[in-house]
Write a protein that binds this ligand. Sequence first.
Ligand SMILES: *Cc1c(COP(=O)(O)O)cnc(C)c1O
Length: 344
Amino acid sequence: MNNTTININSLVRENILKLQPYISFRDHNEFNTPTFLDANESPFGECNRYPDSTQKILKNKLADLKNVSPKQIAVGNGSDELIDLIIKIFCEPKKDSILMMNPSFAMYGFYATINENKVLQINLDENFEIVKDDFLKITQENSPKVFFLCSPNNPTGNSTEDIEFYLQNFNGIVVVDEAYIEFSGKKSSLELLDQYPNLIVLQTFSKAWGIAGARVGMAYASEEIIKLINTVKAPYNVNVLSQELILNSLNENKLEENVNKILAERAWLQDQLKTIDCIEKVFPTDANFFLIKMKNVSNVYEQMLKQEILTSRRDPAISGCIRINIGNRQENEKLVNLLQNVIL
Ligand SMILES: *Cc1c(COP(=O)(O)O)cnc(C)c1O
């Protein structure tokens, strides 16, 4: 199969193909000293104007940073919104299905279920890797429309090698979710965009950038797909304050510094975890969290909770496991202390 010839329009729901986007006139024209009497806003107040629906300044900055065209970028209210929109664009309710890894990020299944699409899962092997034969079998038998490939994967922490294999062997849209890519030292799939018109790369400001509260995520894809996302999105989906906050962060450019701090803490915590009795296994990670297999997991989890240390329990879906993200040194020390003194 050669997906460089894939016809995107043939994958899109008919009602979406016919949909006319809502165009904000002011956002699509240039003015010198405009008097805004067009949107029923108040002339008073500090945040009285609607945000730029095209997120132009933000996209231009991101385009420079990522070496893509602004027309290859859609910005969402978190990447969560983009996951929802991608499903709505390509998956006919009650008819089409999505494919995801198991275990992986729950929101793919959540939004697919809301849209009444079947959720197909590929069970990962004992190293949390995809078995390629299983992938080929499930795609041939069910023809899912969208494949969500999370790399590094949440909650397992590992990255998928050979992403091109999945792009070449999938007759639909492949979404590579790179929420944790900055921690991985691995190459982004952004460089594959020009080769694969069916590729969407998701990134976010919520993790390595440290701006989860602003709710801003990006989809990078072919112009054709980005146009579709821009057509179905709520016009003012990213608010003024968030756009400003993100632009400030891009200008400050503290990403590398933040990532290095987390990576140093990750190394420190990994060393500490090796010495703890109640831990059976710490899985290798490319992200800002560890998946950890515990002895007597309920017991350990409850004791953490009593000390108000909140972690993400993955047992029983992933037997015996808890996902714990890297905190600051004080938080990590508190965690290590507790784990050292757990009563099994
Ligand atoms: C945290 C996370 C996101 C980020 O979602 P936002 O809506 O951008 O905060 C996306 N995908 C995965 C796999 C995640 O773990």
